[in-house]
Design a protein around this ligand. Sequence first.
Ligand SMILES: [Zn+2]
Length: 125
Amino acid sequence: MAEACPCGSGRAYAACCGPLHAGAPAADAEALMRSRYSAYARGDAGYLLRSWHPATRPARLDLDDGARPVWLGLKVLGHDPAGPDAAEVEFVARYRIGGGSAVRMRERSRFVREDGRWYYLDAIG
Ligand SMILES: [Zn+2]
């Protein structure tokens, strides 16, 4: 059976976030957001940096720095286009670190599109 995509879409990884991780452009901001969650779940720091807007991208991203969270699930609450090349996505991600209890993280992220590709810009709460 095909590997289920970590983003919780119900689709196979190879038909969901996999192609994006391999270099295909995201169809919209929500697809990019899902692919970034999957990259966190799979420990793909390179993809997280590539899909981060250069204006806010950290110099490096060490996912093995300290206790690495186990990502438990993603729920997209809203996808609000803000023009042709900007959008906001609100979501809840759950994770757990070590033997701790599950943490629920709610975030509203901003995304921008440049040269046909979506990038994560920042979180606004
Ligand atoms: Zn996916």
